[in-house]
Design a protein around this ligand. Structure first.
Ligand code: FAD
Ligand code: NAI
Length: 473
C-alpha cells in the first residue's frame, strides 16, 4: 500500500517546488512528483525555469554583457584589457554548472523541509488520487487530501518553421549553441526573442528578428517600448515588425525563411533559427478523463482567483493556468495554495506582478501603462525621468533609458511604473511595493533615496508627477 499524503504536488518547477516546500513548512505531509530528466540522465527538480529558462538564459545574458563591456566600455574607463575574446563552450559550461547547483539545491531543500520527492509522471486519477508511472513503466497510486497541479508549459511550434536538429530550435536549443552563429534568425520579438537575440548579437551574430505584429512590445508602456526598440536597434538587432513567416527550408547547414511584409514576399538565409512565438500549457495527460477538471480550448486548467479547479481539493498553479507565464507568479501561487490547504486565509494581488526583460538595458514594469489607464477611462498624471540626468548612471556608463510613473490624476495613487535602464529589474520592486501598499506618487516623492543610486530616477519620476523633478530642466 503506497503512502497517503496531505498534499501531492505534480511538477517541481518554481510553482510546484515552492508549493511543496511551503505546504511541508505548514506541517502538511507533502510529496512532489517530477519527471524531468536532466543532462545527467537523472530526474532533476526546478522545471523550465531552472533547467532551460530563467536561470540559464540569465547566465548567458550576464556573460555576454560582460564580454561587450570588456570589449567596448573598458577602454573609456582607462582599463586596458587587451584583445577580449569569448570561449562559448566555457560560457556554456559555466551556465550548466549554475543549473546543476540550483537544481541540486531544490532536492536539498526538499530533504530539509521533509518533502517526499517522487520520481515519475503524475496523473490525477480522482479528486484524491495521483497515479505515478516511474521511468520503468511501473504505476503506483498515492492518496492525497489535496492535489496541486503545477505542470508548467512548453514552447509553441508553428507549421512554417518546424524544429530541425540544431538548426531550427526553440529556446532550449538556443541555450545550447556551442559556437556563435554568423547569421541568426529569431521568430518572435517577445521576451525570449529579445533576450536570446541579445545574447548572440553581443557575441557577434548578425541577428534578424521577424515579428508578426505591427507594434513592438505592445504590453509595455509606449514611451518605454519606443526607447527599448531604439536602443536594441542601436546595438545591432534588426527587428522587422509586421513580418509574417510563411515557410522555411533547411538547405544543408542553412535555413531559408520566407516571410511577407509591407513590401511583399521576402526571403532570408540564416545559419541558425530560433522559434520563440510563445508558450502553451503542458497539461496533456496530467488529468485522467472523467475527473471533471475543466480546461479551456488552449489547454489551460480553469481556476478561480485562488487557483481552485472545478474539482474541490484540486488546485492548479503557474504556467498551466491563466495569467502571465512567470516564475515568480507561479511561486506566489504556490505559496497561496499551500497556505489555503493548511487552513489559512491567503490571496494574491494579480495587479502587482512585475515583469522584467533582461536585455541591456533591462526593461521592467508593473501595473498599468498610460495607454491601459486611458483605455479604462482613468485620467492620469505621468512623471518621467531620464537616466541621462542621473549622476550614478553617468558613473556606471549607463545613461540610456528612463523611469516613468503613472498616477491617478484625482487620487495620486500609483497605477504603474515602467523603467528601461540598467538594473530596472531590481528597481521595479519599488513599483511593486508602491502598488501593493496603495502608495501615492507623493509617498515616493517624499521618501529619502540613497545617493548616488539608479533608484533616484524613480524618486525624480515621482517628483516629476507634479512637475517638480530636481535634476531636470
Ligand atoms: P515549469 O517550470 O514548467 O515546471 C513544471 C514542471 O512540471 C516541470 O519540471 C515538468 O517536468 C513537470 N511536470 C509536468 N507534467 C508532469 C507530470 N505529469 N508528472 C510529473 N512532472 C510533471 N520567468 C521569469 O519569471 N523570469 C525569467 O527570467 C524567465 N526566463 C525564461 C527564459 C526562458 C528561455 C523560458 C523558456 C522561460 C522563462 N521564464 C522566466 C518563464 C518561467 O520559466 C516559467 O514561468 C516558470 O518556469 C513556470 O513555472 P511552473 O512551475 O508553472 O512550470
Ligand atoms: P512572447 O509571448 O513573449 O512573445 C512571442 C512573440 O512572438 C510575440 O511578440 C508574438 O507576436 C510573436 N509571434 C507569434 N507568432 C508569430 C509568428 N508566426 N511569426 C512571427 N512572430 C510571431 O513569447 P516568448 O518570447 O516565446 O516567451 C514565452 C513566455 O516565456 C513569455 O511570455 C514569458 O511569460 C516567459 N518568459 C519570461 C521571461 C522573463 O520574465 N524575463 C524570459 C523569457 C520567457
Amino acid at each position: 500500500m503506497a503512502d497517503k499524503f496531505d498534499v501531492i504536488v505534480i511538477g517541481a518547477g518554481p510553482g510546484g517546488y515552492v508549493a511543496a516546500i511551503r505546504a511541508a513548512q505548514m506541517g502538511l505531509k507533502t510529496a512532489c512528483v517530477e519527471k524531468w530528466i536532466g543532462k545527467e540522465g537523472k530526474v532533476v527538480h526546478g522545471g523550465t525555469c531552472l533547467n532551460v529558462g530563467c536561470i540559464p538564459s540569465k547566465a548567458l545574458l550576464e556573460a555576454s554583457h560582460k564580454f561587450v563591456e570588456a570589449k567596448h566600455d573598458f577602454d573609456d574607463m582607462g582599463i586596458q584589457a587587451g584583445d577580449v575574446t569569448m570561449d562559448v563552450k566555457k560560457m556554456m559550461a559555466r551556465k550548466d554548472k549554475i543549473v546543476k547547483n540550483l537544481t541540486g539545491g531544490i532536492s536539498g531543500l526538499f530533504k530539509a523541509n521533509g518533502v517526499t520527492a517522487i520520481e515519475g509522471t503524475g496523473k490525477v486519477t480522482s479528486a484524491k488520487q495521483v497515479e505515478v508511472t516511474d521511468h520503468d513503466g511501473k504505476a503506483t497510486t498515492y492518496d492525497a487530501d489535496s492535489i496541486v497541479v503545477a505542470a508548467g508549459s512548453v514552447p509553441v511550434e508553428i507549421p512554417p518553421t518546424p524544429l530541425k536538429d540544431d538548426l531550427v530550435v526553440d529556446s532550449t536549443g538556443a541555450l545550447e549553441f556551442q559556437e556563435t552563429p554568423k547569421r541568426l534568425g529569431v521568430i518572435g520579438a517577445g521576451v525570449i526573442g529579445l533576450e536570446l537575440g541579445s545574447v548572440w548579437n553581443r557575441l557577434g551574430s548578425e541577428v534578424t528578428v521577424l515579428e508578426a505584429m505591427e507594434g513592438f512590445l505592445p504590453m509595455v508602456d509606449g514611451a518605454v517600448a519606443k526607447e527599448t526598440q531604439k536602443l536594441l536597434k542601436k546595438q545591432g538587432l534588426d527587428i522587422k515588425l509586421n513580418a509574417r513567416v510563411t515557410g522555411s527550408e533547411v538547405k544543408g547547414k542553412e535555413v531559408v525563411v520566407k516571410y511577407t511584409d509591407a513590401d511583399g514576399e521576402q526571403e532570408i538565409t540564416f545559419d541558425k533559427l530560433i522559434v520563440c512565438v510563445g508558450r502553451k500549457p503542458y497539461t496533456k495527460g496530467v488529468i485522467a478523463d472523467g475527473v471533471g477538471i475543466d480546461t479551456d480550448e488552449r489547454g489551460f486548467i480553469h481556476v478561480d482567483d485562488q487557483c481552485r479547479t472545478s474539482v474541490p481539493g484540486v488546485y492548479a498553479i503557474g504556467d498551466c493556468v491563466r495569467g502571465p507565464m512567470l516564475a515568480h507568479k507561479a511561486s506566489e501561487e504556490g505559496i497561496m495554495v499551500a497556505d489555503i490547504i493548511a487552513g489559512h486565509k491567503a490571496e494574491m494581488n494579480y495587479d502587482a506582478i512585475p515583469n522584467v526583460i533582461y536585455t541591456f538595458p533591462e526593461v521592467a514594469w508593473v501595473g498599468m501603462t498610460e495607454q491601459d489607464a486611458k483605455a479604462a477611462g482613468i485620467e492620469v498624471k505621468v512623471g518621467a525621468f531620464p537616466f541621462a540626468a542621473s549622476g550614478r548612471a553617468m558613473a556606471n556608463n549607463a545613461t540610456e533609458g528612463m523611469a516613468r510613473i503613472i498616477a491617478d490624476a484625482e487620487t495620486d495613487r500609483v497605477l504603474g511604473m515602467h523603467i528601461v535602464g540598467q538594473h530596472a529589474g531590481e528597481m521595479i520592486a519599488q513599483g511593486v511595493i508602491a502598488l501593493e501598499f496603495g502608495s501615492s506618487a507623493e509617498d515616493l516623492a517624499l521618501t529619502c533615496y540613497a545617493h548616488p543610486t539608479m533608484s533616484e530616477a524613480v524618486h525624480e519620476a515621482a517628483l516629476a508627477v507634479e512637475g517638480h523633478a530636481i535634476h531636470m530642466a
